[in-house]
Write a protein that binds this ligand. Structure first.
Ligand code: NAD
Ligand code: IPM
Ligand code: MN
Length: 359
């Protein structure tokens, strides 16, 4: 039960992965270490070199014992990103990223979209109070389960199927998670989003389960939006949202839009969570091959993901210090180019580490 205690060394698995994952994760580690040493808390960080290089070298993706080892020996996992043009079918990414999400049963993907500085939103006349919602994405079902296949592949008569799996238990637990999260964070509103007007079976199940679950949370205001309207409303008036709960695919898409409303993908953190179990934290962004290796990627999404992780592990003050450092860097313009600054990835990490340890 990692998040219930803050005593003892925390064992954290670190998987930088591919592309800018290998640039931003070392910065997040640097900032975490700075805070931990300033506050005298014990973090034990163990790195795993899984990613495209390793896969191309010896065929390793997610080793068979990884899940058992993480469950028994680790409190949390910090992941960068996976994706490399040399692996066009993303085989290693599917095994490592999806493998960990599915096999560790990390059913709630929590993606806060919080505007830290009004200058960062592309929306006119919006400030910090308007953009502070969280997308809670179902993370173990939907069209991500990998069920389907090809028939007559490569011919003119080819058929491809991709199943969308929705279970009563899976839908119910993510809805309950969203309501509990809302209560725990002192918020009042949950919006469930689906496409039940078109997906007459899978999302009918979402509708019926939502109708049943919301009755248990009379203190929370429940609403529903079709996903096309949801994305439009997020842009039109983001202040109407506090917690959005939706399926795997829609949550993936909505959280990139939400990230941009709050300043961009470079800033967005996420947690893949199963309460009480070893959970995994990562920036929302991918491996960004166009900018990888140039030292310009924004490390803040990774730093904020590490802060989410520390909070999950009960290191709440350490987490706050990291967040405060990010806010300070933004307000003082100590940022990478995506946020209008002129720092490189490493310089931005150095600045955050210095600020976080003195905060
Ligand atoms: P991406 O998130 O890598 O990049 C999208 C855009 O955002 C690009 O313009 C990129 O330069 C910019 N960007 C992203 N992170 C940034 C940062 N920290 N600082 C500054 N700019 C940043 O998405 P994509 O281009 O669609 O995908 C690239 C690869 O990453 C693909 O292989 C994809 O499958 C993979 N991917 C992996 C994950 C993950 O591991 N969780 C998430 C998303 C995409
Ligand atoms: C994310 C990514 C992944 C997803 C991809 C790389 C499969 O976009 O973590 O948001 O869709 O979950
Ligand atoms: Mn995504």
């Amino acid at each position: 039960m990692p998040q219930q205690s803050s005593a003892g060394a925390k064992r954290i698995a670190v998987i930088p992965g591919d592309g800018i994952g290998k640039e931003v994760i070392p910065e997040a580690v640097k900032v975490m270490k700075a805070v931990a040493s300033a506050r005298g808390c014990d973090l034990s960080l163990i790195e795993f070199d899984w990613g495209a290089d390793r896969y191309l070298r010896d065929g390793t993706t997610l080793p068979p014992d990884a899940v058992d080892v993480f469950r028994s020996d680790f409190d949390a996992i910090l992941l960068g990103a996976l994706g490399d043009a040399r692996v066009p079918d993303n085989r290693h990414g599917a095994d490592i990223l999806m493998g960990l999400r599915f096999k560790l049963d990390l059913y709630a993907n929590v993606r806060p979209c919080t505007l830290l500085d009004s200058r960062l939103t592309p929306l006119r006349n919006r400030d910090e109070k308007d953009i502070q919602f969280t997308v809670i994405r179902e993370n173990t079902e939907g069209s991500y389960v990998g069920m389907g296949g090809f028939f007559k592949k490569g011919t003119a008569d080819e058929i491809a199927t991709q199943e969308d799996v929705n279970t009563r238990k899976g839908v119910e637990r993510i809805l309950r998670f969203a309501y509990e999260y809302t209560r725990k964070h002192g918020r009042k509103r949950v919006c469930m989003s689906d496409k039940s007007n078109a997906l007459a079976y899978g999302h009918d199940l979402w509708q019926r389960t939502f109708a049943a679950v919301k009755r248990d949370y009379p203190d929370i205001e429940s609403s529903h939006m079709y996903v096309d309207n949801l994305l439009m409303q997020m842009v039109r008036d983001p202040s109407q949202f506090e917690v959005i709960v939706t399926c795997n695919m829609f949550g993936d898409i909505a959280s990139d839009v939400g990230a941009q409303l709050a300043g961009g993908l470079g800033l967005a953190p996420s947690g893949n969570i199963h309460p009480g179990h070893v959970s995994m934290f990562e920036p929302v962004h991918g491996s960004a091959p166009q900018i990888a290796g140039k030292g310009v990627a924004n490390p803040m999404g990774a730093v904020l993901a590490a802060a989410m992780m520390l909070s999950y592990l009960g290191l709440v003050e350490e987490s706050r210090q990291m967040e405060k450092a990010v806010r300070a860097a933004i307000s003082e313009g100590k940022t990478t180019a995506d946020l209008g600054g002129s720092l490189g990835t490493r310089e931005a990490g150095d600045w955050l580490a210095r600020r976080a340890e003195s905060a």
